[in-house]
Design a protein around this ligand. Sequence first.
Ligand code: SF4
Ligand code: SF4
Length: 384
Amino acid sequence: MGQKIPVSIQRCASYEPDQVQDALNKALAPLGGISSFVSPGDRVLLKPNLLSARPPEAAVTTHPEVVRAVALEVQAAGGTALLGDSPGAESLNRVLKRCGIMEVVRETGIEVLPFRTPEPMPVPEGGVYKSFLLASEAASCDAIINLPKFKTHGMMTMTLAVKNMFGAVVGAAKAGWHLQVREPALFGDMLLDIWRTLAPALNIMDGITAMEGNGPGSGDPLDLGLLMASPSSLAMDCVAGAIAGVDPGRHPVLYRAMMRSLRGSELSHVEVLGEAIRDVKRVFVLPVSASRVDFRLPAWLKGRMKRSLNCFPVLDAGKCTTCGQCAQICPVNAITLHNSSRGGGDVDRDLCISCFCCQEVCPERAIAIVPGGLLRVLRRANLA
Ligand code: SF4
Ligand code: SF4
């Protein structure tokens, strides 16, 4: 093992602009400051988490003040700040307006760069995959600064820095990947290879208000009060998982990274700077659907017992406005909505692949996830 990878942890009590800027400077100082990552004249892409059009206080998207602080740093270093993503269910403009980032874009002069053009990109040596179709807009920049949000995730347990780069898969192609890669561990491999292909130069995690419970769209905001910085998304995720008290056996990205011996996948590869993990640790409530990745049954048995061993979405008719976003994003058309006066809808559990994209995009937090009967029993016995 070569040199350890630095992951810097700073406390930040609120989104007050001065506090965020101060925490960012302190987090970057031991990494050599922003000029270690941005040279004068560089076009620098900021890649926040822009999952869906929700207000900043919902903690679904990267907070606008984190985007502002990073953009100002990039500009002060002589770079041009651009901002791009490809939200799965809504237009980039709508998401930017609702989550408060559009105002920051106008005030700071950030250039918006929607991800629209898929381009084949080879995966670096050592990948499980050979190539991906990813946004050419992302690859055209001189450097990427990844701005993930610290959240739980129904399918992948946590969504942190590595998973945030999945946004470079353009639009509806994301649903195609869910259809193609249904096992969380295999999905973890795919996310790791996308991250390795795009290789962001710097990662700054918004953990000031994090999300626990049924993330990434329907969980509960959690005042964690942390801003983190690292040149490695994977090392950052490793530290974030330890802060949140998540066993790597329940975190498919980290689990697969460890199995593949990727650098940054274990705490022994990391040098933690600033706050110590033990001083900021906060055990997160995990999504109902967070299963052990290393829990395996033979495929034939699992197939027969699918209904009983998986988790499934249930629509709450009382909260549902029948907006249709869940049915639209479902890669297998498993959702049939009721009429607007009745509300809610039915999920065909034979079709459902438990990707939880429906829950991610629901603007009303109207989708609960429930475990099947046998899974409940296995969990009570701490076996799954
Ligand atoms: S469950 Fe949510 S996303 Fe689906 S139709 Fe109802 S409100 Fe819309
Ligand atoms: S119903 Fe929801 S969880 Fe099931 S496949 Fe469709 S989007 Fe995924």
